[in-house]
Write a protein that binds this ligand. Structure first.
Ligand SMILES: O=C(O)[C@]1(O)C[C@H](CCCOc2ccccc2)[C@@H](O)[C@H](O)C1
Length: 143
């Protein structure tokens, strides 16, 4: 069975408890449950992880080599800062789907640039947590 990874970056563990006006009331656990339901519909295995530590994120990205067929990532703030994560996803050379809950292009200017979007198969932002479902559906369509 094919395997998809969903990796989540810093502070996403706070979803649902802070800034609901920006990120809504859904928790990361709710997002995971949505992703697991979607993966079951698509008949794929799912690995769903979150970290606040950039090195752990890089280790997980490297882990996908030989284990996964595509990678869905919400890099959170590292989207806008991390060449290291860009280099890691480039090295594993899997189809990459970048997801953001919010429309980053309607927010502060510093959120308008991503170090990942130009190396991603696709980018989805602004559709809330459903963006994770859409990304998984697109990833599965490539398998
Ligand atoms: O819209 C997204 O999904 C983001 O990746 C979320 C990141 C922030 C994740 C932190 O989420 C929080 C949730 C509750 C309270 C504080 C932060 C932000 O830095 C990106 O620009 C866009």
């Amino acid at each position: 069975m094919k395997t998809l990874y969903v990796l989540n970056g810093p502070n996403l563990n706070l979803l649902g408890s802070r800034e609901p006006e920006t990120y809504g009331h859904d928790t990361l656990a709710t997002i995971e449950a949505l992703c697991r339901r979607t993966a079951a519909e698509l008949n794929v295995e799912l690995v769903f992880l979150q970290t606040n530590h950039e090195g752990q994120m890089i280790d997980w990205i490297q882990e996908t080599r030989g284990k996964a067929q595509a990678l869905v990532i919400n890099p959170a703030a590292w989207t806008h800062t991390s060449v290291a994560i860009r280099d890691a996803v480039t090295a594993v050379a899997l189809p990459l789907f970048e997801v953001h809950i919010t429309n980053v292009h309607k927010r502060e200017p510093f959120r308008h640039h991503s170090y990942l979007s130009d190396v991603a198969h696709g980018v989805i932002c602004g559709f809330g947590i459903q963006g994770y479902r859409y990304a998984l559906m697109q990833a599965a369509s490539l398998l």
